[in-house]
Design a binder for this molecule. Structure first.
Ligand SMILES: C[S@@+](CC[C@H](N)C(=O)[O-])C[C@H]1O[C@@H](n2cnc3c(N)ncnc32)[C@H](O)[C@@H]1O
Length: 200
């Protein structure tokens, strides 16, 4: 792990505060170009794929995939982000508690097959929604506190079905000049976290 960022911690409350204050520079109004570029690799010829979005925010990528007939499950701590996702995309949604995760709620649009869980990611598991055929990790691994990366990777791997494709977006920058998030996750660490699942 990089010494410079090893002890950096963003508390859940800080993320929620960012949403309340609209400090969401990470949000992109257009479908992410890396997802578009690599969608064929992620689908691998499959239709109706179940996608998982860790730390989903209000990513418009979720609607893009749902419009193509895939289903989406996301996890996000900010209720505001989840409500904004449905409202900004003109989707009706229902809201219900999740008995298996105290304090959590799930927001759903059944027509488009999108379910967004409002909870701490580390309270989510494969007992809630099973495993997934694809995972789109954009601004998620790089947003996780550096000390939690092993725990994060173990959870992500546990959510992978046998035929799962994991599409991961990371970025390179001079970590002496910026503290993150997004944090700097070097390729070697991605390799050690995801081992056999890794393909450059
Ligand atoms: C950098 S943003 C990325 C959002 C989204 N993936 C995107 O591309 O726009 C990280 C998101 O994760 C949420 N978050 C951070 N830690 C979390 C946790 N432990 N559990 C659930 N959500 C979390 C934050 O509220 C924030 O919306």
């Amino acid at each position: 792990m990089l010494e410079q960022q090893a002890d950096r911690v963003m508390a859940l409350g800080e993320w929620e505060e960012r949403w309340q204050q609209n400090k969401i520079g990470f949000h992109q109004p257009e479908v992410h170009k890396m997802l578009k570029k690599n969608i064929d690799k992620a689908l691998n010829g499959r239709t109706g794929v179940r996608f998982f979005f860790p730390l989903c925010g209000k990513a418009v990528d979720m609607k893009w995939l749902a419009d193509m007939g895939h289903s989406v499950v996301g996890v996000e701590i900010s209720e505001k982000a989840i409500r904004q996702f449905f409202e900004e995309n003109n989707m009706m949604y229902t809201e219900e508690p999740v008995p298996a995760i105290p304090g959590a709620k799930v927001y759903k649009n059944s027509e488009k097959n999108i379910s967004l869980y409002q909870c701490n990611l580390y309270n989510f598991s494969n007992s809630i929604e099973g495993q997934f055929g694809a995972i789109w990790d954009r601004a998620s691994l790089v947003a996780v506190n550096p000390g939690d990366r092993e725990k994060y990777a173990a959870l992500i791997i546990s959510l992978m079905a046998n035929d799962c494709r994991y599409l991961l977006d990371t970025l390179l920058y001079n970590h002496d000049l910026y503290q993150g998030p997004p944090f700097f996750v070097p390729g070697e660490q991605v390799h050690s976290l995801f081992g056999e699942y890794y393909e450059k």
